[in-house]
Design a protein around this ligand. Structure first.
Ligand code: SF4
Length: 391
């Protein structure tokens, strides 16, 4: 985890109201020089000041569009700020208000482990292996993927990216010449490939903590999709049993979950998709409908509040499913960042080295281009068929 220096004591003594007033004043002072991006999982106090909100894919697109701004203050986690730095021009400075806002999933795939895995897989098979990384990964891993003919993906477009990576392959018999190494979230990879028709036995889990990844050469050769053993500590908290419990409590609830949840949860749910998909589905649902949602608690509570008079929205789990690292970005750190910028200093600058940036940009650009080819089709599919809902 990166280090965040303690803030000057004045910030811890301020009331919420004082901080709000000062943030509003700093935003006005910095004007068009500043853009604040807020991830959907961010706490409400911070989201209130975001110029744009979205999931990691939408925020990547928005970051790429920032031509006028001088500063992008990214209220998300470290890998998102890195992506913003990669996608913006050199004149845009990307700031993460608290450097300890990391992602446990991204940390599960260190670049050295990925390089070892690549060598290991290459020794076991002559097949073409296409690396695909969820954007929830470090810039170094993205750079590796870009430099080895692969692509990034998000939960919004994982299906399109896997279809591209496995072009020519088919669950019912293809050429047999291509495989995918899917990093670092095994659940998104498994749910997406299964939704495309690949059976579970066409997949194998590579465990970077095991000798040889815990796989024999034959298992590597047999698998079409090699899944990295990584997960999201928030979405891992949702279980198939919770789906059963909510249905026995009130069968009129529809269950909608994020594809970072375990395969058994996605199978039992009525719908699964990215945070943008979850929001749009609940927005479009009929008055009186009831939703149990398997994703981060701040987004679910915000949806519950927004629709409180017309729909019922609740968390699928009875426990708090909180992204504790994203939660580190609070009003204090946001205000401190803006104060520093207004005083001519750039705090917590996120800067990816030029070589990594160039390679990671290839993987991110491929991801952005692939979405343009298929998003509306997959969104239409995802509203009618659970098997295709991991887009
Ligand atoms: S919700 Fe999970 S994947 Fe997303 S930033 Fe938090 S730990 Fe990482």
């Amino acid at each position: 985890m990166l280090y965040q220096a303690p803030l000057p004591p004045a910030y811890t003594r301020m009331t919420g109201g004082e901080m709000r007033d000062r943030i509003a004043a700093r935003k006005a002072q910095l004007g068009k020089r500043l853009v604040i991006l807020g991830h959907h999982y961010q706490q409400d106090d911070v989201i209130e000041f975001a110029d744009f909100t979205g999931d990691s894919f939408k925020l990547s697109q928005l970051a790429a569009q920032q031509k006028e701004a001088e500063f992008v203050v990214f209220c998300g986690v470290h890998f998102m700020a890195e992506s913003a730095d990669i996608l913006t021009t050199d004149r845009v400075k990307v700031v993460l208000p608290d450097m300890t806002a990391g992602c446990s999933m991204a940390d599960m795939a260190a670049i050295e482990q990925v390089e070892d895995a690549w060598d290991r897989i290459g020794r076991a098979t002559d097949a073409t292996v296409v690396p695909v990384t969820y954007v929830n990964s470090s810039a170094a891993v993205k750079g590796f993927v870009g430099g080895h003919g692969g692509s990034c993906c998000t939960s919004s477009n994982a299906r399109q990216v896997l279809e591209w990576a496995l072009a020519g392959e088919s669950p019912t018999g293809g050429t047999g010449g291509r495989k995918v190494l899917f990093l670092p979230d095994q659940h998104l990879g498994r749910n997406t490939a299964y939704g495309m028709g690949w059976p579970l036995d066409a997949m194998a889990v590579y465990d970077p903590r095991e000798p040889d990844g815990g796989l024999s050469d034959a298992e590597i050769r047999r698998a079409t999709v090699l899944l990295w053993r990584g997960h999201c500590s928030v979405h891992q908290l949702f279980t198939a049993r919770q789906v059963d419990e909510i249905r026995s409590l009130d069968p009129s609830f529809k269950v909608i979950v994020h594809p970072e949840c375990d395969w058994s949860v996605v199978q039992k749910a009525d719908l699964a998709g990215s945070t943008e998909f979850i929001i749009k589905t609940i927005e479009a649902s009929t008055p009186g409908s009831k939703w149990a949602v398997g994703t981060e608690v701040h987004l679910v509570h915000r949806l519950a509040k927004r629709f409180e008079d017309v729909k019922t929205v609740r968390l699928l789990a009875g426990i708090q499913c909180l992204c504790t690292t994203m939660y580190r970005i609070d009003l204090k750190h946001l205000l401190w960042s803006l104060d520093e910028l207004a005083d001519g200093r750039v705090p917590n600058l996120i800067s990816v080295d030029p070589e990594t940036k160039a390679l990671a940009r290839i993987a991110l650009d491929r991801m952005l281009a692939l979405v343009g080819d298929g998003a509306s089709k997959s969104m239409a599919a995802s509203t009618v068929d659970k098997a295709h809902c991991v887009d």
